[in-house]
Design a protein. Structure first.
Length: 255
């Protein structure tokens, strides 16, 4: 199951490719000019897809360059690297966590520590590749305590970072489903869209609908590293997520 959006260019390429395959099966009855025309159409569509992909990618690349250079809040003083996020520009599914941890801070990539490995496993179980989704956090730099431990981002850190970066990422990627990981991301996204953020223990695995996308809160994968019960809860929620993605694909096809 793909978690990336199909574009008109992709559909055009599929149509022409199928036409060419059909033609090749009956090539004795097809003029050489017809076969060449079909090949030219494929080349044109492939070229258009590459151009549109690069054009669409540019705003996201520029935004991520801004994030890497950002010094607008105190987190810039203690970070090793900013962590903009990563994934497909055409992602239907977007994951939003709280903030980078120590491993993410060192590597500049989201969810690459132990919690990230668990996330990758859960995605694999529902047939989704990490490269097909987009993964980011509410804040883009690691919130760290004076003792050097991870901490929750403060309200002012969130209010400084999200309008500049997270909201713009959502606008550029236009996901159909957002999966919020943990209390901080869930409270922010639900409140932002006029929904009541309840306790994650009560609302995980539920679906909230806005005019732009559907939201499914989940426990943060880090919470499941030490509690088998929470890991099982996340596995059940990923099964619900798989069903939600299939439902969203069907709705998109019908529209």
């Amino acid at each position: 199951m793909s978690a990336s959006k199909s574009t008109p260019v992709d559909r055009g390429l599929n149509d022409v490719s199928e036409s060419l395959s059909s033609s090749e099966r009956t090539q004795n009855n097809i003029l050489p000019q017809r076969r060449q025309l079909l090949k030219d159409q494929i080349a044109l569509i492939q070229s258009s897809r590459r151009f549109l992909s690069l054009k669409a990618q540019k705003p996201l690349d520029e935004l991520h360059s801004e994030i890497i250079r950002c010094t607008k809040c105190r987190l810039a003083k203690t970070r090793t690297r900013a962590v903009p996020g990563e994934g497909s520009m055409n992602a239907r599914l977007m994951f939003i966590g709280e903030g980078p941890g120590r491993t993410e801070d060192q590597k500049g990539r989201p969810f690459v520590g132990r919690a990230g490995k668990l996330l990758d496993e859960m995605l694999e179980e529902i047939g989704v590749k990490r490269s097909e989704v987009f993964i980011t956090n509410v804040v883009k730099c690691r919130p760290v305590s004076p003792e050097g431990r991870d901490r929750k981002p403060s309200e002012d850190e969130i209010s400084t970072c999200t309008p500049l970066y997270l909201e713009k990422q959502i606008d550029i990627i236009t996901p159909t489903v957002i999966c919020t990981l943990g209390d901080t991301a869930t409270a922010y996204i639900l409140h932002k869209h006029g929904l009541e953020p309840g306790m994650i223990s009560k609302i995980h695995g539920s679906t909230f609908i806005t005019h732009r996308f559907k939201i499914m809160p989940m426990y943060h994968p880090a919470a499941a590293l030490y509690t088998n019960e929470l890991k099982e809860a996340i596995q059940r929620d990923f099964e619900r997520l798989e069903a939600l993605l299939k439902q969203s694909s069907l709705e998109s096809f019908r529209s």
